[in-house]
Design a protein around this ligand. Structure first.
Ligand SMILES: [Zn+2]
Length: 165
């Protein structure tokens, strides 16, 4: 089973294995070159805040809990380019990689899965973004590319989606 990087780290931690073991998961993945600047480029494009909730906590210059997420996973040959990335806080990164919400190309509206449930506190806070637009990057050239969004919606998102009023 293929899993995203954010989830893989959790799985490894849960079974007591170190994170760096994930590096030996696939020789093919190892062979592909990663852009070490991907994270920084994506965070800059989104002005160092989560594109869902606006989370932008910092300690000095150090961001806390802010990540550059791949829309089309690196493991699925998603490239390390800004239009395949969005800045997300750790929670929204997990939720996105698990397929709890998708982003519609064109409107950049977030739609949540009918499978996402919970009490008022947890689910309510998450579902407050249902139908809302992503906080967009500072330049059009950084906008999420439609084919990557469609890949995520088809391959990762847990359909059916909740209706947007
Ligand atoms: Zn967030």
């Amino acid at each position: 089973m293929r899993i995203s990087e954010s989830i893989r780290a959790d799985v490894l931690a849960a079974v007591g294995l170190p994170d760096d073991l994930s590096g030996v998961a696939s020789a093919q993945e190892q062979a592909r070159r990663r852009d070490p600047a991907f994270r920084e480029k994506v965070l800059l494009a989104y002005q160092y805040r989560c594109s869902v909730c606006g989370h932008d906590l910092r300690l000095g210059r150090q961001t806390i809990g802010l990540e550059a997420a791949h829309i089309k996973w690196f493991q699925a040959q998603g490239p390390d380019i800004v239009p395949n990335g969005i800045a997300l806080c750790s929670l929204h990164h997990k939720v996105f990689d698990l397929g709890a919400f998708a982003i519609l190309p064109g409107s950049y509206q977030m739609v949540f899965s009918q499978h996402l449930n919970g009490g008022d506190d947890a689910a309510g806070r998450m579902l407050a973004y249902h139908g809302a637009s992503l906080i967009l990057p500072q330049s059009r050239e950084y906008l999420p590319q439609a084919d990557f969004l469609e890949w995520h919606r088809k391959q990762v998102f847990k359909s059916p989606e909740r209706p947007v009023c």
